[in-house]
Design a protein around this ligand. Structure first.
Ligand code: NAG
Ligand code: NAG
Ligand code: NAG
Ligand code: NAG
Ligand code: NAG
Length: 199
């Protein structure tokens, strides 16, 4: 079987649940946190979503496409994953980076509410802690994306603490966005044949 036919078959197999679920998807992903404009606008993803809404999409991908990322009151910090909330999404690099950005963008005074990566991820199983975003999951409805600066391995930030200056410098370099469109690790050719060639 040629690789393009294999690709087509796999693409079809992976699209089946989407075809069956064609009725409007029930999802509820929100954040009422407000990022200060224009200082933190560079944190927005290509869908013009704040890091607070983007992190809600990341966590929701493992949580039935439902997540509310609340505004942070002074003196609080966002919960780290714990025994009941640790999922491969919540424990991912992009979740940590977006969560810290979401903290900072609400007030520069919240810098003291940041957590280091070892602190944030202490309740995560080790196999959840080595990915930008877990394989096999997608951001709901393809309606969000992860900015490049949020894909950085947090162990490489100075002292393993989200570094806003480095992140902004990545954002300034307009590096490409990280998209998770298909739960399909196979790289398919651009043009997928619409009819089956003879095998
Ligand atoms: C955000 O929503 C929460 C819960 O829904 C509410 O308690 C809080 O007051 C809201 N904050 C803002 C800034 O709207
Ligand atoms: C950035 O995100 C905020 C919050 O979602 C939105 O109000 C604002 O319009 C966005 N700005 C840009 C330039 O994307
Ligand atoms: C885990 O965190 C959630 C909120 O993020 C909290 O409601 C729950 O009680 C915590 N569970 C444990 C076991 O600490
Ligand atoms: C997902 O969105 C991107 C841009 O936001 C678009 O290029 C792509 O075609 C979309 N993919 C699907 C499967 O809808
Ligand atoms: C990113 O670009 C903005 C606008 O040009 C500039 O003000 C800012 O200092 C730059 N930040 C970094 C970290 O390079």
């Amino acid at each position: 079987m040629s690789s393009s036919v294999l690709c087509l078959l796999i693409t079809i197999i992976f699209s089946l649940p989407r075809v069956r679920g064609i009725s409007p998807q029930v999802f509820n992903i929100v954040s009422n946190a407000t990022c200060l404009e224009p200082d933190y606008t560079w944190m927005n993803n290509t869908e013009h979503q704040s890091p607070c809404l983007a992190v809600a999409y990341v966590i929701a991908a493992c949580d039935g496409d439902t997540w509310t990322q609340p505004a942070l009151p002074p003196g609080y910090s966002y919960d780290s994953p714990n025994g009941t909330t640790a999922t491969p999404c919540y424990c991912s690099w992009s979740c940590y980076n977006l969560m810290m950005a979401c903290t900072l963008c609400q007030s520069p005074a919240y810098a003291s509410d940041l957590k280091t990566w070892p602190s944030f991820s202490q309740n995560c199983p080790s196999n959840y802690k080595d990915e930008v975003f877990p394989q096999g999951y997608v951001l709901a409805n393809n309606a969000s994306s992860i900015p490049y600066w949020a894909t950085i391995d947090p162990t490489t930030w100075p002292s393993e603490l989200f570094d806003i200056t480095q992140a902004e410098s990545y954002a300034n370099q307009s590096k490409s966005t990280f998209l998770h469109l298909l739960p399909n690790p196979l790289i398919c050719p651009q043009a997928i044949p619409t009819t089956f060639p003879p095998i």
